[in-house]
Design a protein around this ligand. Structure first.
Ligand code: AMP
Length: 514
């Protein structure tokens, strides 16, 4: 049986695993590391670096070093949160011809799918060298809270990297699988997944090899990068207070302080205080200026408290949607690098009681779960059933900036639902509907998946045609829409306009460059 690669494509780090015998095994990359920084750098000499090599040169090449690309994938450049994000990035975001958020390096633009594909290709090459065989198929993990556009874009990234995606799976569900299969878990468990860019919480019911997600909630705009941004601002302010120099215009200095911010965040997970020393950070009227400051864990915790507070609402929401209370849970698995922070762990204890479980490796559990899912698909692992849910409401934009919900969030997938439309004018030959996905009742606050035009409606008086539109969400969480005119039974062609994603021409160009 050909190997199927399990991929955890993280905002900060990526990890891959395969099934060996019946055991999921993390693959060490070609540099000997179990995780690979999700970074790509372009140099002025025309070279390209990926992973740890890109990370090592980031401070001296900040404008051409791309990190956190997962925060842009499947997103619109005009989104408010993308504009806020751009202000914290050393590289530039530029809209694609259709308005998607792409990155611009010198005069070249790159889609997030292409950048992600460069990372995935490196992962695939590491796997091929480890397994001594060509790998063509994968199971890829995405945050549970990813919408359809983000899922499709992730699939395109894998395709560009030469991998056919057998399944797209939710990260917390895979972590639960890695934990549950090993421990033969029964009862209700929570998976608290705080990574570099996203936060997901899922509640599952486990019994005799069946893993059923009851509810999922989260925040696509909350992760370790936001913590780093707050710490960066604190350090930059301190430097300005002491020296009068504002470093915000100096990208190299900004990158050095950002790296220091992440480093102290990690160090303060095990130390009660730490020292930042950045010599020659700027030049003042009387010569070079250095940043030297001690930061305590208490200071860090009060700085990041506003972010920690944002963890509560999704957890309570997920419990509520699952119809459970914290006492009903056996354990809460901690997944994602940020769960090493003591303040995050303390918050988990506060929300769920004394349930936090450290029995999975937060960096590897998702990839191991993806490998187990590969094993299930490939037939190496039997008697494990996984049932997931759709994380967001799927609906139609209706007048007054409202949403008419068609499939409610937390519905088990695969699922389908239909709605009948009609015309408002005599002989109207088409109907236009806009599909949105999100958890806000306001259409403008949801992701617009596309505008669908039902064409070729036979001439009829207003209100007479009955066009049934079927919406389905498959096991990957990917949305499909099909229209049927009930009078004639004809399946109507649905033209998708304004959808996020790459055109076939853009895919071809990206494929040539990778
Ligand atoms: P992930 O996306 O799961 O790889 O998580 C990456 C995030 O976890 C990054 O923001 C890291 O800075 C953060 N992280 C990793 N190790 C630690 C640590 N020891 N303490 C706090 N944060 C950490």
């Amino acid at each position: 049986m050909a190997k199927i690669l399990g991929i955890d494509l993280g905002t900060t780090n990526s990890c891959i695993a395969v099934i060996e015998g019946e055991e999921p095994t993390v693959i060490v990359n070609t540099e000997g590391l179990r995780t690979t920084p999700s970074m790509v750098a372009f140099t002025t000499k025309g070279e390209r670096h990926v992973g740890i090599h890109a990370k090592r040169q980031a401070a001296v090449n900040p404008e051409r070093t791309i990190y956190g690309i997962k925060r842009l994938i499947g997103r619109r450049a005009s989104d408010e949160s993308i504009k806020e994000l751009e202000a914290t990035l050393p590289y530039r975001i530029a809209p694609s011809p259709t308005g998607d958020a792409w990155v611009k390096i010198d005069s070249e633009t790159y889609s997030p799918q292409e950048i992600s594909a460069i990372i995935i290709r490196k992962l695939r090459e590491s796997a091929e060298s480890y397994c001594s065989e060509e790998i063509k198929q994968c199971v890829v993990a995405v945050p549970a809270y990813f919408n359809d556009a983000q899922r499709q874009a992730t699939r395109d990234a894998c395709k560009l990297a030469g991998l056919n995606v057998l399944r797209i799976m939710n990260e917390p569900t895979l972590a639960a699988l890695a934990f549950g299969v090993k421990k033969n878990a029964t009862g209700y468990i929570g998976v608290f997944d705080l990574g570099g860019g996203t936060f997901d919480i899922s509640i599952l019911q486990c019994s005799e090899g069946t893993f059923k997600v009851l509810a999922t909630a989260g925040n696509n705009h909350l992760g370790g990068n936001d913590f780093d941004t707050l710490i960066y601002a604190y350090l930059a302010d301190k430097f300005k207070e002491e020296t009068g120099v504002d470093i915000s215009g100096d990208k190299m200095a900004v990158q050095r302080v950002r790296e220091a911010a992440e480093q102290i965040k990690c160090e303060l997970s095990s130390l009660s205080e730490t020292q930042v020393n950045l010599p020659f950070l700027a030049i003042g009227p009387s010569g070079p200026l250095h940043l030297s400051i001690t930061v305590t864990r208490t200071e860090l915790e009060s700085l990041v408290e506003p972010l920690i507070e944002q963890l509560d609402a999704p957890c309570l929401d997920a419990l509520d949607k699952a119809g459970l209370s914290a006492d009903d849970l056996e354990e809460v698995l901690l997944v994602g690098g940020m769960t090493r922070m003591p303040a995050v762990r303390a918050r988990v204890e506060r929300i769920f009681g004394n349930k936090a479980s450290h029995s999975v490796n937060p960096d590897e559990a998702v990839a191991l779960g993806a490998a187990i899912q590969s094993g299930i698909l490939g037939g190496d692992i039997q008697e494990v059933i996984l049932l997931d849910v759709t994380p967001l409401n799927l609906g139609l934009e209706i007048s007054g900036d409202r949403v008419s919900t068609i499939i409610e969030r937390n519905t088990s997938i695969p699922t389908r639902a239909s709605k009948v439309f009609t015309t408002t004018e005599n002989n109207q030959s088409f109907v236009r509907i806009t599909i949105v996905q999100g958890d806000s009742p306001k259409a403008s606050e949801c992701a617009k998946l596309g505008t669908f035009v039902l064409t070729d409606i036979p001439p009829m008086p207003a209100g007479k045609p009955r066009i049934e539109v079927q919406f389905s969400i498959n096991a990957d969480g990917v949305v499909n829409v099909q229209g049927i005119e009930k009078q004639t039974g004809a399946v109507k062609e649905i033209v998708i306009q304004d959808s996020v994603g790459l055109s076939s021409q853009e895919l071809a160009t990206a494929r040539e460059r990778i």
